[in-house]
Design a protein around this ligand. Structure first.
Ligand code: SF4
Length: 335
């Protein structure tokens, strides 16, 4: 395991909480706001789409955002978006519960006018039953999407990439979530064809027993994701065909009701830079991937590829991407 550098993002750091994909706020123009307090993860799943966790090959930095600073940004963005019907999605490119102020953050977010629901993704390993009891009392509905890919401990260990992992403990957490009045459980296994086929069948039965939501996810391979050699990479056609077979075998529906997510279009928080625009950016932190640095300009973070400029320096860049207020830049000349 290599040592990663941790960047603490505070108001005083001057780092805007919009523009980077890995921390802060992502507004994709709907009523769902992604809120990312940390990039940290405690597992090492061999199929991880973000190459997260302490054994990551691509990432050299962990980012963690001060809670009150994060709340300031959330309040501003929610206010802009119309102050009603917003779902706060506490997600992460790692494990949200690795954020040390996770429960206080959830409590404070629940008080923001306009937020009607909180949702979160978790691998479950850092969740304690007392935390769930606190979340249950928060005052607005909460959905917990729990990643559980196997029901037996041996298969679970392989899929978590760490030998201390116990599927049986995560199932206990699932049972506790399901027993709570204001918490909604969604089991979110990744199907790794030819590796956890039996495990997925067990999870289908578990979802029936707990009377909870189930969203089986397709194993996808991306440029920077980890590739799990023991699983087949199948087409979407085969994926949906298999879901139909399991629906018949288990006498249940495996299609998630669209009402569960209730997405609707909402005003987008304004972009501050256009594609092809040239700006001077102040370098403020190392990037998430190797050979990247983070610069700031016009109150947004910009990830600058192939940049080795020193922190505190200034570089001239061209914006090459600004989708959803997530900015990528290229140096106009080498530094
Ligand atoms: S828990 Fe999620 S982020 Fe962490 S290693 Fe596994 S898949 Fe990646």
């Amino acid at each position: 395991m290599k040592k990663m550098e941790t960047i603490h993002i505070t108001r005083e750091s001057g780092i805007p909480l919009m523009g980077a994909i890995q921390f802060g706020i992502i507004d994709r123009g709907t009523n769902l706001l992604q809120i990312r307090g940390t990039t940290s993860c405690n597992l090492n799943c061999p199929f991880c789409s973000t190459d997260g966790g302490p054994f990551s090959k691509n990432h050299k930095t962990i980012y963690t955002v001060d809670k009150d600073y994060l709340l300031e940004w959330v309040e501003e963005v929610v206010k802009f978006k119309g102050s009603e019907g917003i779902e706060a999605n506490l997600d992460s490119v790692g494990e949200p519960f690795a954020y040390k102020d996770f429960i206080p953050l959830a409590k404070d977010i629940a008080k923001i006018k306009g937020i009607y629901k909180i949702s979160m993704q978790s691998n479950g390993t850092l969740i304690k039953k007392e935390m769930l009891d606190e979340l249950d009392q928060i005052g607005i509905p909460i959905r917990i999407n729990l990643s559980l890919h196997a029901t037996n401990n041996e298969e679970g260990k392989v899929l978590a990439g760490v030998d201390w992992y116990k599927s049986t403990e995560i199932i206990e957490i699932a049972r506790h979530i399901a027993s709570k009045k204001n918490l909604e459980l969604l089991l979110a296994p990744v199907w790794l064809p030819s590796f956890n086929d039996e495990g997925i069948k067990d999870i289908i039965e578990l979802s029936k027993e707990l009377n909870c939501l189930l969203g089986i996810q397709k194993y996808e391979i991306y440029k920077h994701s980890r590739k799990f050699k023991k699983a087949k990479n199948i087409t979407f056609w085969k994926f949906y065909r298999q879901l139909e077979i399991w629906e018949k075998e288990h006498n249940t529906s495996l299609k998630l009701d669209a009402n569960v997510f209730k997405f609707e279009k909402k005003a987008r928080f304004p972009k501050t830079m256009d594609v092809n625009q040239k700006v001077y950016a102040k370098i403020i932190a190392p990037g998430w991937n190797k050979d990247q640095m983070i610069g700031i300009a016009n109150n947004r973070c910009i990830t600058i590829n192939k940049c080795t400029a020193e922190i505190g320096g200034e570089v001239k860049i061209k914006i090459v991407q600004n989708k959803n207020n997530i900015y990528l830049g290229e140096l106009t000349k080498k530094h």
